[in-house]
Design a protein around this ligand. Sequence first.
Ligand code: SRM
Ligand code: SF4
Length: 573
Amino acid sequence: MVQKIVLPPQEGKPSDVEEIKAESNYLRGSLVESMEDELSSGISDWDNRLMKFHGSYLQDDRDVRLERERKKLEPAYQFMVRVRMPGGVATPEQWLKMDELAEKYGNHTFKITTRQTIQFHGILKWNMKKHMQELNSVLFDTIAACGDVNRNVMCNANPYQSEVHQEIFEISSKISEHLLPRTNAYYEIWLDKEKVVDTQEEQEPIYGSLYLPRKFKIGIAVPPANDVDVFSQDIGLIAVMEDNELVGFNVAIGGGMGMTHGDTATYPQLSRLIGYVSKDKIVDVCEKIMTVQRDYGDRSVRKYARFKYTVDRLGLDTVKQEIESRLGFAFEEAKPFNFEHTGDRYGWIKGEDGKYHFTLFIQNGRVKDFDNYPLKTALREIAQVHKGEFRFTGNQNVVIANVGARTKKAINEIIEKYQLTESDNYSALRRNSIACVALPTCGLAMAESERYLPSLIEKIEEILDNNGLRDQDITIRMSGCPNGCSRAAMGEIGFIGKGPGKYNFYLGASHTGNRLNKIYKENIGEEEILSTLGPIIEHYAKERFDNEYFGDFVIRAGYVEAVTDGRDFHNKA
Ligand code: SRM
Ligand code: SF4
């Protein structure tokens, strides 16, 4: 029986972003004029807010910010562009275009993100339109890759369950398409498509003219792999299989990682199960859940506007009832499932269909030609012979997927030529590491992340080696600020930037992604990180149970308390 309920109205004056959206004429604003303005390489704050809905941010190179300020120059403005890529799949042709665009307009690198897509950095305003158009020439767009809308839908990148992966991928694309904004603005501004004459007639049937109160994220996991961190999503879908066939999904709602230092009313949260639905209903289920957030999310204070706070404010049961009432049916009881890991499995694997798949570790997702490691060149050569596809993982890695036996030989030669399997020698800790972009491009970074984590891991590796733990899988994640783009609150070891060279240090998330970590030490630098972590790792080496993960051990040994509800994240023991 579906119950009708009446939710309380929202309070508070709408935030300035609500005003920008309302007056944007369905995300157009004055973006055309701003992009054509030759007086500045930047755009107004107002337009930058709208730019996000088009998958791009105005940034500046923070490495030269002070120097330019001293010289009374405007910041070194440049744009970041994020591709919309539901399920994280690109053809070799698309890869080659991205490789080319990074050279032509970007900073000669691109970044595989924690949501299975690609980001370009360093694009100058004058090149933005060409960049967008060339992306479009290989059927990529950037619509809704950022902004107060549903973002890139993640899906499991599991290479061996080929048929299920294909179906899950198709479902993630369907959800993404269904929840795309309908405005023509993107096509007019970037692709020179004909202008809609009467925009009043243009409708956003799902979003309305104010879109959502905040960003919204959906991810689909296929047990036993939780490589999309399903409990960190606004909607986490867990595939349910019967006799190796997908039958439906367990649905979890209200996860999210962001918080603000010093404000305990903000916290990372895990999504919580509300039940099971058959697969034919899943697109509708996602739409109805999202519309509850559209109608009841906080549009007044943006830091309290994510769906997780709506769920916690109204109560899980109330929100579930409201969703059921909009759907017109009730969820079935959630089905049993079991996750084993959040990380990727590297190297070659043969799929059910006889095709081969190679998962390559890409440190922090950065694709570039490093000194003595020409990774970008190697992947370009692979794309030139590859006939399958590239799949990006939520751990910032890439799967060279669907390779036939003959092409496997050619790809293997390239792998060997460029020693791409060198990462086989890395510690399991490094192979389970994620770092967000942070400096120099991220305007919100308080500390380094991507540029620092590899060297910190090198030092932790010495401790691991001394304790015989080089091959022990431990997840480690670093974010340059509390927004948590690396999902740092779900790392068995987590670091969240506090200031230059300083981090809050967290311990105790689960290896399978169903528990948050908890602060162990605040605002510490490298020396203290190592002197604190060293004895804990030593203790773990000596006293762990068979197959006990590090995250579980630190809880059993009393270093931190287990956090299974984000509202306990800040509680002191
Ligand atoms: Fe993120 C904002 C990078 C995944 C939570 N994120 C940003 C911005 C755009 C900074 C800004 O607003 O000015 C960063 C751009 C940096 C740069 O220079 O490129 C940024 N986020 C990233 C990426 C590229 C990190 C990475 O290294 O992979 C990831 C892109 C994902 C994608 O392809 O869509 C990325 N961001 C995440 C995740 C992880 C996830 O979604 O699974 C989270 C935590 C999950 C969540 O949303 O709760 C995340 N990003 C945030 C937040 C905090 C949101 C909140 O609830 O408070 C912000 C800030 C904001 O929205 O105000 C943010
Ligand atoms: Fe930037 Fe913070 Fe996200 Fe890192 S976690 S990319 S520093 S917003």
